[in-house]
Design a binder for this molecule. Structure first.
Ligand code: GTP
Ligand code: ZN
Ligand code: ZN
Length: 286
C-alpha cells in the first residue's frame, strides 16, 4: 500500500518485530463503482486530504481512487479502534512532530510522573529500531513497537494490530491512558486518524517558530501544541509569542503548553491536561 501523500511503501511493517497479517480490506464496506473519475485532471488532486498526490508512475485517476480507498479503509478501522478504546474508558493520544522534538523523552517523563494515577500503555512508531519502546519499557510501562519500514506515518491498521498485542498482554486497562508516538514527520501523520481522542503536536524551540505555517495540516489537525525544550530558549533567537501566533493562524485558539523535560517546567500543566482528558474518557461505573 502506498502513502496518500508521498507514495512510500508499506510492505515491511512489523509490530514488536513480527510481521502482522494485514487484515483484508473489507471491500464490502467501501463504496462500489468508479470514484473520482476526473479524466486526468491533475488539479482535482486538491481533493486529497493534504492536497498532494505524487506518484509519478501512477496515473492521476488511479492515484485518487487509491487515495480514497486507503483513507476510507483507514477511517473505518480508526472508528473501530476508537469504539474499542471508548468502551474501556481509555484516553488515547497521538503524538506528532518532527524527528527529535522530544516525544520519547516526554513520554518517559510523563509515565514516571503519571503511573501513580492510572495504568499507562504506549504504542511506539518509527521506521526502524525498537529503541523508543525499550526506553519506555525501562519505566515499567508496557510498550509495543511498530516499525513502518519505509512508511512515513502510522495508520489505523497498524494501531489495531498493536492494540491486539497490548490486549493479549492484558496491558489495556480500563480507565487508563494510551500514548501513541507517531513516526517523526510533520506531513503524512496529519492525514491518518488512528482512533485517538486528540493529536498533540510537539514543536521544539530549536526548529524555528514558522513550522506551523510551513506544515499547516499537522497543526490544524492538533488539539494541543506542546512547545518543547524551553530550557534552551536562553541560547536561541526563538520567539515564543511568534510561534504561538503562527500556530493559531492555522488553528485558532489552539491550546499551547510550553514545557521542558530537563527543567520540569510545564510538566504540571501537561499532567493536568492529561488528567482532565482521562476524566472525560472514563466509563461511568455502574
Ligand atoms: N534541552 C532539552 N533537550 C531535550 C528535551 N527533551 C528532549 N531533549 C533531547 O532531544 C533529543 C531527542 O529527543 P527524543 O525524545 O528522542 O525525540 P523524539 O521526538 O522521540 O525523536 P524521534 O523518535 O526520532 O522522532 C534527545 O537528545 C533528548 O535528550 C528538553 O526538554 N530539553
Ligand atoms: Zn508519506
Ligand atoms: Zn521517539
Amino acid at each position: 500500500m502506498m502513502c496518500t501523500t508521498c507514495g512510500c511503501g508499506h510492505g515491511d511493517v512489523t509490530i514488536n518485530g513480527i510481521s502482522p497479517v494485514r487484515r483484508k480490506r473489507a471491500a464490502a464496506t467501501l463504496p462500489s463503482g468508479p470514484r473520482y473519475r476526473v479524466a486526468g485532471h491533475v488539479e482535482r488532486a486538491a481533493v486529497g486530504p493534504l492536497g498532494a498526490a505524487h506518484a509519478p508512475e501512477v496515473d492521476p485517476e488511479r492515484t485518487l481512487r487509491l487515495e480514497h480507498d486507503i483513507l476510507a479503509s483507514n477511517d473505518g478501522l480508526a472508528a473501530q479502534n476508537r469504539a474499542q478504546l471508548a468502551a474501556q474508558g481509555i484516553f488515547a493520544l497521538n503524538l506528532v512532530s518532527s524527528p527529535g522534538s522530544g516525544k520519547t523523552t516526554l513520554l518517559v517523563e510523563t509515565i514516571r510522573q503519571w503511573q501513580q494515577r492510572t495504568a499507562v500503555a504506549v504504542i511506539e512508531g518509527d521506521q526502524q529500531t525498537a529503541n523508543d519502546a525499550e526506553r519506555i519499557r525501562a519505566t515499567g510501562a508496557p510498550a509495543v513497537q511498530i516499525n513502518t519500514g519505509k512508511g512515513c506515518h502510522l495508520d489505523a491498521h497498524m494501531v489495531a494490530g498493536a492494540l491486539a498485542t497490548l490486549h493479549a498482554e492484558q496491558a489495556l486497562r480500563d480507565n487508563s491512558l494510551l500514548l501513541i508516538e507517531n513516526v517523526g514527520n510533520l506531513v503524512c501523520p496529519a492525514a491518518f486518524d488512528l482512533g485517538e481522542a486528540h493529536k498533540v503536536a510537539i514543536l521544539s524551540v530549536t526548529e524555528g517558530e514558522d513550522k506551523p505555517l510551513k506544515y499547516p495540516d499537522m497543526f490544524r489537525a492538533a488539539d494541543l501544541m506542546i512547545l518543547s525544550k524551553i530550557d534552551l530558549l536562553p541560547y536561541l533567537d526563538f520567539d515564543v509569542e511568534a510561534a504561538i501566533r503562527m500556530a493559531r493562524q492555522v488553528r485558532p485558539n489552539l491550546p499551547v503548553i510550553c514545557l521542558s523535560t530537563k527543567s520540569g517546567e510545564g510538566m504540571d500543566q501537561w499532567l493536568a491536561w492529561l488528567q482532565a482528558g482521562c476524566r472525560q474518557a472514563q466509563i461511568v461505573q455502574a
